[in-house]
Write a protein that binds this ligand. Structure first.
Ligand SMILES: Nc1ncnc2c1ncn2[C@@H]1O[C@H](COP(=O)(O)OP(=O)(O)OP(=O)(O)O)[C@@H](O)[C@H]1O
Length: 290
């Protein structure tokens, strides 16, 4: 019998903290090789959803099924162990898996250099590293596990624009090499347009996915102009504006005045799938795989 396809599948997922219903009827599928961004206003439940997908929270209602072999999670803050060197922080998961010291240090060293850390940085402790270096260590700690599913909670939000671009490239190279599935929370629509194959837009109270955009041009072929144009386009859509509580777009916003000759409008590479697949809420919660 052939192995089931590698995917993260969420069906009818609802969640409450006490009496506060935070998520309602969430459903989506993330196949191997796809990068999906979760966007939505602050407090709409993105982190809660990612924690449920990662198994860091118990599923109350609905189903999370993860058939990827190895899942890694990268938090918004690097969360490095202050008493361990950068190298040991990167190798932490390998140590927990029982890998011998030489082998795990070899692997940690290899991924660290690929992510732009220098030999001399690897003996340093977290307080001796810059914020950008700490972020690289955190990304290396996730990637050294050779995950085929990577869950990211705003991993790049504290980085400068140059470092972001560099880590985007490293992440995309790694993702393409390994056909990784990536589910990433971001507050930055431009980052979502830069990196994702699909953008899931959430609305609040309770948190739910209101639409999904699919981006047809591969991330490696998107230049700055493409990203700016499609971010602007995304921001003009009613679903995104409503979700973020923005007023409706002015008719013709972003277009040239009537007297100016209209340039040929490029065909959009952004496809709106709305509403996101409606998924009936199942009674009771279940989680499998991962
Ligand atoms: N452990 C918890 N106990 C009680 N309420 C919680 C807990 N974690 C989150 N919440 C509440 O759940 C709601 C969603 O929080 P969550 O962090 O998932 O949102 P978010 O969309 O990730 O927000 P942000 O974009 O600001 O990080 C918020 O109202 C928050 O106060």
């Amino acid at each position: 019998m052939s192995a089931p396809p590698r995917e993260l599948r969420v069906d009818g997922l609802s969640h409450a903290f006490g009496r506060d219903e935070v998520l309602a009827g969430i459903g989506f599928r993330l196949p191997a090789g796809e990068v999906a961004a979760l966007v939505g206003p602050s407090g709409c439940g993105k982190t809660t959803l990612l924690h449920l997908a990662a198994g860091l929270l118990t599923v109350q209602q609905g189903r999370v099924s993860n058939t990827f072999a190895t899942t890694a999670f990268m938090f918004q803050q690097p969360r490095l162990l202050p008493w361990q060197s950068a190298l040991d922080n990167i190798a932490l998961g390998l140590k927990a898996a029982g890998m011998k010291c030489d082998e795990r240090h070899y692997r940690a060293h290899d991924i660290a250099l690929r992510l732009g850390l220098a030999h001399r940085d690897l003996d340093k402790f977290p307080h001796q590293l810059s914020g950008g270096m700490q972020s690289r260590v955190a990304l290396a700690r996730a990637l050294v596990l050779a995950p085929d599913l990577l869950l990211l909670d705003e991993p790049f939000s504290a980085l400068d624009v140059g470092l972001k671009e560099e880590l985007y490239r490293l992440l995309l190279d790694h993702q393409a090499d390994r056909e990784m599935g990536v589910l990433m929370i971001t507050h930055d629509l431009m980052e979502a347009v830069r990196l994702s194959d699909a953008i899931l837009v959430m609305a609040p109270e309770p948190g739910r996915i209101v639409c999904r955009f699919e981006l047809s041009v591969p991330a490696a072929r998107r230049d700055d102009a493409w990203v700016y144009r499609h971010t602007a386009e995304l921001l003009q859509t009613a679903a995104v504006r409503e979700s973020f509580g923005l007023p409706p777009a002015m008719p013709g916003a972003g277009e040239r005045g009537a007297e100016a000759p209209a340039p040929a409008r490029p065909v959009s590479a952004l496809r709106l799938v709305v509403p996101a697949e409606p998924v009936p809420a199942a009674r009771g919660g279940s989680r499998c795989g991962g």
